[in-house]
Design a protein around this ligand. Structure first.
Ligand code: ADP
Length: 559
């Protein structure tokens, strides 16, 4: 069993060691992975912004060249009116079919048609954005790359536009849109962040901040408090406020020495001068990975401990059942041994008598007495076994009656003295104090006392003196059986009350016994609400005491 346990402990240790090494490895890799994941969030937000604006531009700026050539640009206005789109401040066309310098038409949402705009910054921005193509158109240079272009030279007028060419790649027009910054800031980025970042994680571990070219924070995914708790206070309040914006107060964090910036990048397609920044507000990736390592290690150790505990419990249960089955088989062999001796004696004496060889009447008397003694011993043994079986099966019935305990002890001691095997012993009964009768089962207590007296003789060693004493305490009375025999080791003193248990001193087969006596004694006194105690020193003798309460249960019953 010990070897088995050692094997389990050794394998658990090896497992823990491997686990530890593996977790260390995971700790390193997961810190990298975590960092990469965080950067992935930035990429994802930027990609979603690009995806949105490309989609809008594809839909709105796809204009057939025929409409310019045939002068049917009104139809475009009808389409734009039927498909309203968010995030666009202005839609426009430039028609080069009538005027090589371009005829600018802006879409009037209220009237649902195209109008020629007044000269304004906006008109200038459109002219500047389209100027390259305008020149190519004037010079008749064919235009092959008709993809979308972005012009953000003037941050007030961020323009996406595309040239429209006819079948011979000659410029006939341009379609474009001017982006709405407020939409990006108040609607698009918050929506995308909500959608891209895992719920809950944003608030607890990091904060995504979008800032414009001036460094003003246009959006942040966490509270100001979280940022303040994890970084220095704002250093440049001038940069940090925007009227009506979602954010105020934390811009000073960005780019400062202590600000826990995980990563940052510019938007990719439009608003390319806007910056997305990830700030750490919880544990750093390394701290996070370390905390994970610690948690996993503790978990592994706890699980190993529980496993070990389970194995130890199972081993103890197995050990106990092995011990019990060994004690049972010892019991069977002890009982057979105890039965065989008296039966053999009875047979010998009976044969002698039957053969009629014994002439002297004294001898006949003596042999008759021997047969009677052996038969009595057999009866006592069988009574003990039957008693035990009744107790085990819960069929034992006690009949309580008010009894003079001192008198009962006197009678049982007297009767015990009559036993032939006790002849050479001096069984002394000390004077008992007088007290009121106690309610008890006289037979059961008498048998318990007999068991103690038998043991005192059986395990007497060289000593031949046994003392019996009745003593009274405030709430209980005790019957002491004192011998000066071989005594019982301290380690055995509790176990001697276990059924079948016998102390092995190398003579278990010489001193007859079943290992039942003390377990019966203990059961009887417990049924009386009392207890049995032992004080013993190896080689010096033992004192067994039956303790009975002064007012035990008055009624009879099973136990
Ligand atoms: P047994 O039939 O073996 O006597 P018991 O249950 O009466 O069974 O006793 C259990 C064991 O306790 C005995 O085998 C013996 O080793 C020990 N024992 C009991 N009484 C005494 C005593 N008075 N002195 C020494 N050992 C004792």
């Amino acid at each position: 069993m010990v070897v088995g346990l050692l094997m389990v402990v050794a394998s658990l240790l090896v497992l823990l060691l491997f686990q530890y090494n593996w977790l260390r490895h995971v700790e390193r890799v997961s810190a990298f992975a975590y960092r990469a994941t965080l950067h992935g969030y930035l990429d994802a937000v930027s990609a979603e912004v690009e995806f949105y604006y490309r989609g809008v531009a594809e839909r709105m700026l796809e204009v057939p060249a025929d409409l310019f050539v045939d002068g049917r640009t009104d139809q475009i206005a009808t389409r734009w009116g039927s498909e309203p789109v968010a995030g666009v401040r202005q839609l426009f066309l430039v028609d080069y079919t009538r005027d090589p310098y371009g005829n600018i038409l802006v879409y009037d949402r209220a009237q649902g048609r195209l109008l020629s705009p007044f000269a304004s910054d906006e008109t200038m921005a459109i002219i500047v954005a389209c100027s390259t193509w305008q020149l190519m158109g004037i010079r008749g240079v064919p235009i092959h790359h008709i993809g979308m272009r972005v012009d953000e030279r003037d941050p007030q007028y961020r323009i996406i536009f595309r040239p429209i060419v006819d079948g011979s790649s000659q410029l006939v027009g341009a379609a474009g849109l001017i982006l709405d910054e407020d939409y990006l800031e108040r609607t698009l980025i918050p929506q995308i962040v909500d959608h891209v970042l895992p719920a809950g994680e944003t608030e607890s571990t990091f904060c995504l901040v979008a800032s414009d070219p001036a460094g003003r924070i246009a959006f942040q995914s966490c509270d100001d408090r979280d940022l303040r708790d994890n970084g220095p206070p704002p250093s440049d309040p001038a940069r940090s406020t925007k009227e009506g914006g979602r954010v105020a107060g934390s811009a000073g964090l960005l780019g400062t020495k202590d600000a826990p910036v995980v990563g940052s990048m510019n938007l990719a397609f439009v608003f390319t001068d806007w910056t997305l920044t990830l700030l750490r507000i919880g544990a750093s990736p390394t701290e996070w990975a370390r905390a994970n390592l610690r948690f996993n290690l503790v978990l592994s150790i706890v699980i190993s401990g529980v496993l070990l505990g389970g194995v130890v419990l199972a081993a103890r249960a197995a050990n106990r059942s092995v011990r019990l089955s060994r004690m049972k088989s010892d019991f069977v062999s002890n009982v057979s041994h105890e039965l065989r001796t008296p039966i053999a004696s009875i047979r010998v004496f009976a044969e002698l008598l039957r053969a009629g060889k014994i002439q002297s009447s004294e001898k006949v008397l003596e042999y008759g007495e021997r047969i009677e003694d052996e038969a009595t011993r057999l009866t006592r043994l069988l009574d003990k076994i039957l008693d035990f079986s009744r107790i085990e099966s819960g069929r034992k019935i006690y009949r309580f009656e008010p009894t003079d305990l001192a008198q009962l002890v006197g009678q049982r001691v007297e009767r015990f003295r009559q036993r032939p095997e006790v002849a050479e012993f001096s069984v002394q009964l000390m004077d008992a104090p007088t007290f009121d009768p106690i309610s008890l089962d006289a037979d059961a207590i008498g048998l318990a006392l007999d068991n103690l007296l038998e043991n005192a003789t059986k395990y007497s060693g060289e000593s031949r003196t046994i003392v019996v004493q009745v003593k009274q305490e405030r709430s209980r009375v005790g019957v002491l059986v004192i011998d000066q025999g071989r005594g019982i080791a301290r380690s055995e003193q509790e176990r001697i009350f276990d059924r079948f248990h016998r102390v092995d001193q190398g003579d278990v087969h010489d001193v007859k016994g079943t290992g039942l006596g003390l377990s019966i004694v203990e059961h009887v006194v417990h049924a009386h609400g009392g207890s049995v105690t032992v004080e013993s020193r190896l080689g010096k003798g033992s004192t067994f005491t039956l303790w009975l309460p002064r007012r035990p249960n008055e009624t009879g019953g099973t136990a």
